[in-house]
Design a protein around this ligand. Structure first.
Ligand code: GTP
Ligand code: MG
Length: 237
């Protein structure tokens, strides 16, 4: 057998093992009635900033939880700490070889540190990377991508896997449009070409424009999810 095809077999094995763990995570989320978002983007597109806006807005209304994935540092988790929601940081550097993504096993490793029974929506902030995270399911209910307008209108064509794998694209940093020559209609066209019909919201995590629409999306998807299964008498609302 050629080298190339045996490598392919190894990768298929890795993804198969990952999918089994992702299913185990999902079973746990379903059990506790936790709706899980896998949030992905290039480095710096605005995931943590949007999470700050989100936690601010949903305070007292939705019980949120955060799983922060990063290669190194707890900088993002530190930024979100002031909101008082449960947060766990999973660094891919120490135990997981500095991977460019979270996989189902890394997420699984962080779960015992979260009170899932008391979390309605868990957002997993993935490692900033436009390629790797898309390959690994972690047990999420839906996948959301933050895309900054500064990245350019050609990116859906150049990195199609990520754009294809998500349920919603949040097109962020709208406030910067006057300073850029990015072609927004062309960006929409390219998005439509790689993922026909994908939902998108144009927003700015800085000014708050469009954030309301994102919050509605989040609450609606949470409401549509199947209710928790409560054999141990845990109650959920
Ligand atoms: N002008 C503008 N800046 C923004 C907006 N959203 C985020 N930023 C800025 O972009 C930079 C990166 O934002 P983060 O929220 O840290 O991005 P991130 O996706 O969490 O980054 P990583 O976790 O490192 O991948 C920060 O300086 C933010 O203040 C926006 O809507 N408009
Ligand atoms: Mg971040």
């Amino acid at each position: 057998m050629e080298n190339g095809s045996s490598k392919t077999l190894v990768m298929e094995g890795v993804l198969g093992a990952n999918d089994a763990l992702a299913q185990a995570n999902r079973a746990q989320f379903d059990h506790t009635g936790t709706y899980v978002i896998n949030m992905m983007s290039s480095p710096g597109a605005g995931k943590t900033t949007l999470l700050e806006r989100t936690l601010e807005a949903l305070d007292g209304e939705v019980r949120m939880g955060i799983l922060e994935g990063d290669i190194a540092t707890t900088l993002d988790a530190d930024r979100l700490e002031r909101f008082g929601v449960p947060i766990v940081q999973v660094n891919t550097d120490p135990g997981f070889g500095g991977e460019c993504h979270l996989d189902a096993n890394m997420v699984r490793y962080g779960l015992p540190s979260l009170p899932l029974h008391d979390i309605d929506i868990l957002v997993i902030e993935n490692v900033g990377n436009l390629v790797c995270p898309a390959e690994f399911r972690v047990g999420e209910n839906s996948r959301v991508m933050v895309f900054s307008v500064t990245e350019g209108e050609d990116k859906p064509l150049k990195y199609p896997l990520m754009f294809r794998s998500v349920d919603l694209v949040l097109i962020n940093k709208k406030d910067l449009l006057p300073h850029l020559d990015v072609d927004l209609p062309r960006l929409y066209q390219n998005l439509e070409a790689v993922h026909p019909g994908v939902e998108r919201i144009l927003m700015s995590a800085r000014t708050g424009e469009g954030v309301e629409e994102w919050l509605s999306w989040l609450k609606m998807h949470r409401a549509d999810a199947p209710p928790a299964f409560h054999p141990s008498g845990h109650h959920h609302h």
